[in-house]
Structure formats: C-alpha cells, structure tokens
Design a protein around this ligand. Sequence first.
Ligand code: SF4
Length: 450
Amino acid sequence: MSAELAIKEREAFIVTKGKQKNQLRCDADSIAGCVSQRACVYCGARVVLNPVTDAIHLVHGPIGCASYTWDIRGSLSSGSELYRNSFSTDLKEQDVIFGGEKKLAAAIDQLVAAYRPPVVFVYSTCIVGVIGDDLEAVCKKAAQKHKIEVIPVQSSGFIGNKSAGYRAACDALLRLIVPAGPATAKHGKSVNYLGDFNLAGEAWIIRNYLQQIGVTVNAVFTGDSSYAALKEAARASFNIIQCAGSMAYLAGKMEELYQIPYQQVSFLGVQDTRESLRKIAVMTEDAAVMRRTEELVAREMAAVQPVLAGYRAKLAGKKAAVYVGGGFKAISLIKQFREIGIDVVMIGTQTGRREEYQVINELVDDGTVILDDANPSELEKFMMEKGAHLLVGGVKERPLAYKLGIAFIDHNHDRKHPLSGFTGAVNFAREVYSTVCSPVWNYVRPEGGQ
Ligand code: SF4
C-alpha cells in the first residue's frame, strides 16, 4: 500500500479499500504545506451565488480574488446577463492600512447608479477579514440608502475550507429568500431545485423532465435564478438537492423555517436519473405523476441504452480516476462509469462528507484508492500506480492529467456541454470515448504511462 509514502499527517485521509479498516478522515481543514487542490472559502461562496443572474457580485478585496468570475464557471442565463460581470473594490496598500469601508460604500453607490440591480452580494476576502472592515454595517447602510437588498457574504478565504464558503453563501441566500407574505401559501406540485448551477444549461434539462411528469420548478438554487424567483422560494411544496455538499445546509434550514421537506437526488448517469425522477414522483403522492414518470423513463431508456451499449463495447477494460468537488458527484460517477464498462481505481473529493465516503467505500471494488482533500503529488502517484487511463476533475486537475499523458474530462468548470439527465449520460459516454480512445495518447504518453 502506498499511503505510507504520503506526508505523514495525510495518511488518515487516504485508504485503499480492502487493505485498511480505518475510517477515512474528511471534512477537516487542509494541512498546511500540502498544496491542496481545494478552492478557498471565498471561491466556495462564489460558486454557489454567482449564477444569480440579475445580482451585482461585488468582491471586496484585492483585484486578484475577483479573477474568479463567471468565465470559469459556465452557468447559463435565460434572462439577465449582469452576473457575468465581476466587480471589485480593488483594495490597495493604503486601504489595508486605513480601512476599506469608504471605498466599499462608494463602489456600491456607483454600481447601483449604473445598473439598478435588485440585489447586491458583497463578498469578503482574506484581507478584509484581516483588516476587520465592518461589512455588515456598510451593507446595512447601503441597503437603507438605495432601498434594495445589499447582502454581505462572510467568505474571508482563510476562515475554513471551501465548505465554509458554501455555508456563507447559503446564509446569504437565507437572508434573501425571507418571503414578503406568508410562507405557507404553496404553489401546487412545485419543487425548488437546489445545488444545480445550470452549467451548459443542465437545470433546463431537468426542468424539462419535471414539466413532462407534471411537476413545476419553483426556483433553482442558483442556476439561471433571479431575485424575484428566489423571493418565491419559500412557497414550494418540497426541495430536491443535487449538490448536497453545497446545499444540504440550506435545505435543512428551509425545512426548519418554512416546513419544506427535502430529498437528495442526482441526475448524473442513467441509473441515478431514473431513480431520482421516481423519488420525486413518489413525493408528489400523485398517481398521474407516477404514471407519466414511468412513461418518460421508458421513452428515454429506449433511446439511450443502445447508444451506451455501443460505447461500453469500445471502453471495456479501461480504468478511471475521479477527483471532484463533492461526494454526491463522486458516488454518481462510480455508477455512471459502470454503465459504460469502466472501473474506478482512484476516487477523491474536495469536500465529501463522512456518510458520502461510506457509500463510496461500499460501491468501489477492493484495491480502489479513496482520498480526501488530495494534493497534485498524491493524485499523480495513485493514478500512475493504479494505471488509470482517464482522470475526471475540474480546471485545476486538467494540466496534471495532460502532463501525465492521461485522458481528461472536465466535470466542473468551463465545459460547454451538459452532463445531466439522459441527454447528459450520452454526452458523457461520448466524451469518455473520444478522449480515452484518442490516438494522440500513443504519441505523447511518457515512459511508464498507460
Ligand atoms: S479570498 Fe484569500 S485565498 Fe481566496 S482568492 Fe482571495 S486572497 Fe486567495
């Protein structure tokens, strides 16, 4: 086993199924000096909130933090395009010494005058946490002055790990969705769809499936969402959560505050899509919805199964490594790879939770390496050792795979095609096939590569 070669403090975060009995350590801050692949707290918050299309997203900090923009996260909008701008207070040395509150207030005034937004999110960054600007007070004053909502996002990069950023974003959303009227007036059979950021239009695919079975999407958190739609969120009949890592906390709070029950779903892969649609149909307690769901599933399965069988024949015997943000996605990917005949030999996440790692451990074969909050050298080591032909990850993992001469699939940031639902399952299989079986690897693979 290779864990003995990892940095000593990292050993508890890596297990090989079948070789070790100890439980994997997770949900902890990164170890200093390990060059974690994780994003910071601010980035976690930005991922969740940035798709709110008609909001001003103002980063209070040095200009570098604002480089995390819409462009590295391709969430699409059917309305406003305001969210594609990244605004920054551009803090400099003088602001660090004398404080940045005046600069922040002036920036909000300028942006409100120029764009007339219904809401402004103000993100705190590391330096703001260090110098102690009172975000809450500045935002409150600006809200009173402009008569719109100005919501602070307490996301100083160093206050924890990426999960703390998800929570900061959820706290900001909870402030936003406080209903104007009574929260109890429910919209018929309607759901809020939590944890989908409409990358390449994925939320639209799911909205379409739900429409076909007779369920309305009330609000999406936060893909293609707007201030007005989010204000209606407390009126849904129930919540469904795709990305639990970022949204389970919000779902729990909405159940507590507005008595909205929730259910975990996943629309990644044919098996999980089918089961999730059935789960939603059961929640409606409506026989007609259940019947329409079975009709939809039968129709879609008939269309995609022959295509997937074709790819399975071509991909048999290939091995995949997975390193993604959240545990729910990792779980679905194991099943999805099985659907196309591929074994997962290494799997890890940035923010997976204990219960998710337990499911991962049950699903994978003996010998699979499972790791939490990995660094590039660990990823390289285990991919090489396990003979992976493909890495699934995000923008930060892409160069690593290519340098090792391994095929790569972006399941996160800047992709241009959807990977959700039945449509997404076919896109995924096609992409796996075209990257793994590309002849280019015969020419660039370094000695010792697979
Ligand atoms: S908030 Fe801190 S860690 Fe995050 S991008 Fe800005 S400086 Fe870097």
